[in-house]
Design a protein around this ligand. Sequence first.
Ligand SMILES: [Fe+2]
Ligand SMILES: [Fe+2]
Length: 298
Amino acid sequence: MNSILNAQPAIARPIQPREKLDFGLDGDIPRHWAGGDIFKTRFFDAMSTTFPIGERYFITSCRAFRDQIQDPKLLAEVRDFIRQEGQHGMVHGKFNDMLTRQGIDLEFIEGEIARHVKFFNDNFSKEFNLAVTAAFEHLTAMMCSTFIEREDIIGDWDHRIRAMYTWHAIEEVEHKAVCFDVMQKVAKVGYFKRVAAMLLVSVMFPLGIMRIMNRMFQADKLSLWQQAKTWAKGLWWMHKPGGAFLPAVGFYLAYFKPGFHPWQHPEMTHYDLWVNTLETSGSPIAASEALMKTFKAA
Ligand SMILES: [Fe+2]
Ligand SMILES: [Fe+2]
């Protein structure tokens, strides 16, 4: 298993928006594509349902400060961040269409997400909304730097979904500092507001994901007993020692250090391999399978 502790030292990577990648999402993807595991599949599916609206919210929160940015490098980074998040929303939107075909009420789920976003926009300052965005970006970078580096998590996924999430993870790592830099250098958000936003997101986001998963389990026609068993097994998978989340706790807590900056953390060990394979093959599937080969060789 790869740990973030033995990953490469942090180097800020160029933000490269990649468009028109073919993940094969039109293909015959199994309903429970994470090795047949309902909990793991629906955990990632639930996150996917939040991306189109969530990432639009991130873009809006960051764009609210664009006119105040003087540094041309940061301005260019903001532009590329917007292009990357726009693509993520589009690709996950396409993936989410598949969930609708499975009988999942995406209209209801997206309506709930939009309602929350509206509440935040109506009731909080644009500085706080940017702090919320920066907190989400840290959580995304945390998941990308841990989940996608672990064969025990992604090894039995359908190769097309693995390709989609690996691409998303790579780009999240590339732009992980953009909103943080705008928040600190331009919006001048201080430590307490940054931490308050992270605490709010840390409670609200997991609860929201669990609610969406619950709806998905109902669409999967699980009985109450099956749902209880699925939750118990899944929550243990997440929270057991060496499970999905505990190895990432250090990454998460680093955000609470007063002098924290996202590039203090190493990026993905396999970043260069993925980028080079995509460049030579043009295929995001070949690029993520190149990662898999290194797991198998290890
Ligand atoms: Fe994204
Ligand atoms: Fe992002």
